[in-house]
Design a protein around this ligand. Structure first.
Ligand SMILES: Nc1ncnc2c1ncn2[C@@H]1O[C@H](COP(=O)(O)OP(=O)(O)OP(=O)(O)O)[C@@H](O)[C@H]1O
Length: 264
């Protein structure tokens, strides 16, 4: 197994690592991260690294600390101790697209306005053809002028995915982005995300072993109290893998067993 995601990687090895693989997109380096809420230690001295251009799926039981970890990496929450930095040595905030568990669409903006919000906030010209392309790919081309309240939960999630992809950031952090989608739409949007994020550094939280095995170069499982990362897990072949790929089916079973064992 090529362990490109390394829990507790040696600092000297980190210093000699390729800084700009895969067209220059930086990876994510997490060092000795500790998070406490009062007497509760969610995780302690968590260290791992995701190489530039890698798509990593993070799994673990509810409440183990996945979303908290993602928010800290995104710079949206503070850790009690430890550091998060790009593998190029530069900070990560400002170079990420983040999609949280809630779609966070602004209710008074249309779908198109929500998708292009980042550009408008940055006072950049809106790339309308790109936004239209994305909305078409997520099946919302006829709903560009709709307000979020007029959409179903799955449609809102697709609009949020389009907004995340619109940003073209080198690092993409997603917290259960496909959870509200039906099985067919989910497979379609997974393929779209894999295609458009092919060279990006992606950390995806999911509860779905099939999704993790289809999309991830590597999979990580967070478990325990305080939470620890198990050995990273690699599915053979390149993502996106077909749902009936034998490697996906075998890995899915293995992963499910790991998750059950980790929850005991
Ligand atoms: N702001 C907060 N204040 C106090 N405790 C918090 C806060 N945010 C998270 N927690 C606690 O930290 C732990 C980890 O929460 P987190 O949301 O990161 O888990 P998770 O693995 O993402 O769960 P899920 O899969 O259900 O989304 C939980 O016990 C939660 O109650």
């Amino acid at each position: 197994m090529v362990a490109l995601v390394r829990p507790r990687m040696d600092a000297a090895a980190a210093a000699t690592r390729d800084q700009t693989p895969n067209g220059g997109n930086p990876g994510i380096r997490v060092r000795d991260l500790t998070l406490r809420f009062g007497a509760q230690t969610v995780f302690e001295n968590l260290s791992f690294e995701i190489s530039g251009g890698e798509f990593v799926a993070l799994l673990g039981s509810s409440g183990v600390g996945k979303s908290s970890l993602l928010k800290i990496i995104a710079g949206l929450a503070d850790a009690t101790a430890g550091s998060v930095i790009g593998t190029d040595g530069l900070p990560i905030p400002g170079r990420i697209a983040y999609m949280g568990q809630q779609d966070l669409l602004y209710p008074w903006l249309t779908v198109m306005q929500n998708v292009t919000l980042g550009a408008r906030l940055r006072r950049e010209p809106v790339d309308r053809p790109w936004a239209e392309h994305l909305l078409e790919r997520v099946g919302l081309s006829t709903r560009q002028k709709a307000l979020p309240a007029a959409l179903s939960g799955g449609m809102r999630q697709r609009a949020a995915i389009a907004r995340t992809l619109y940003e073209r950031q080198p690092i993409v952090l997603m917290d259960e982005p496909f959870s509200a989608l039906d099985a067919i739409t989910r497979a379609m949007v997974q393929d779209l995300a894999a295609e458009l994020l092919a060279d990006r550094t992606v950390l995806l939280i999911t509860h779905d072993p099939l999704e993790a095995c289809r999309l991830g170069h590597h999979l990580m499982v967070l478990s325990g109290h305080p939470a620890r990362l198990g050995e990273p897990f690699t599915v053979p072949g390149q993502p996106p893998r077909a749902p009936d790929d034998p490697a996906v089916l075998t890995s899915q079973g293995h992963l499910l067993r790991l998750l059950v064992e980790a929850s005991r």
